[in-house]
Design a protein around this ligand. Structure first.
Ligand code: GAR
Length: 207
């Protein structure tokens, strides 16, 4: 069977991209990563893509007059590469309603908190400042809101009394690197049932 074609949008270090690449290369994920796009030239994620022979593009959002124009440029590249699912893996820009409409229920995002808690940036810092004892990470379909779309999978991470933003973020990322490939796996295999904003997933046997 033809591997499921995926595009990945990034802005930073790309450890989540690496987790997807590793799962795919080990034969655990029936996908092909057709293209990686970064809005940041210095993103190490671009190096990771090159190291694995994945076509990668730097598209600066600063050269476009509006969010939608930038999204149109990304859209053209994604369509040209035959992508059927877009994964936001540390992509630190909001996408426009136009983009969400073009790719309805075909964009997923990973966020380092148990949404709807702590949306936006610095989610681990927000969790520490709030004083929650448990936080985690979430993978969800992107809608028009900020980290508000239907949730596919979440993992819980305890907050320790001596945690810093970095130590907490690092433990959250260990879990993200498990749940993001899992969510992609379900989508590639068409194993998710969508009931309104409720996503019904198969049982998780091994994590
Ligand atoms: C990840 O923890 C991801 O959840 C977060 O950025 C990090 C990127 O790490 N995204 C957000 O906060 C989006 N609101 P990575 O570049 O090493 O994958």
């Amino acid at each position: 069977m033809k591997p499921f074609p995926v595009g990945v949008l990034v802005s930073g270090s790309g450890t989540n991209l690496q987790a997807i690449i590793n799962a795919q290369e080990k034969g655990n994920l029936p996908i092909s990563i057709e293209v990686v796009i970064s809005n940041k030239e210095s993103a190490y994620a671009l190096e990771r893509a090159k190291n694995h022979g994945i076509p990668s593009f730097y598209i600066s959002h600063k050269q476009y007059e509006s969010r939608e124009k930038f999204d149109q440029a990304m859209h053209e590249v994604l369509v040209a590469h035959g992508v059927e699912l877009i994964v936001l893996a540390g992509f630190m820009r909001l996408v426009s309603p136009w983009f969400v409409t073009q790719w309805k229920m075909k964009i997923i995002n990973t966020h380092p908190a148990l949404v709807p808690s702590f949306p936006g940036v610095h989610a681990a810092k927000q969790a520490l400042e709030y004083g929650v004892k448990i936080t985690g990470c979430s993978v969800f379909f992107v809608d028009d809101g900020v980290d508000t779309g239907p949730v596919i999978i979440q993992a819980a991470v305890p907050v320790l009394s001596d945690d810093t933003e970095d130590s907490l973020q690092a433990r959250i990322q260990v879990q993200e690197h498990q749940i993001l490939p899992q969510a992609i796996h379900w989508i590639a295999n068409k194993e998710l049932k969508v009931e309104g904003r409720k996503i019904i997933t198969p049982p998780i046997l091994h994590r």
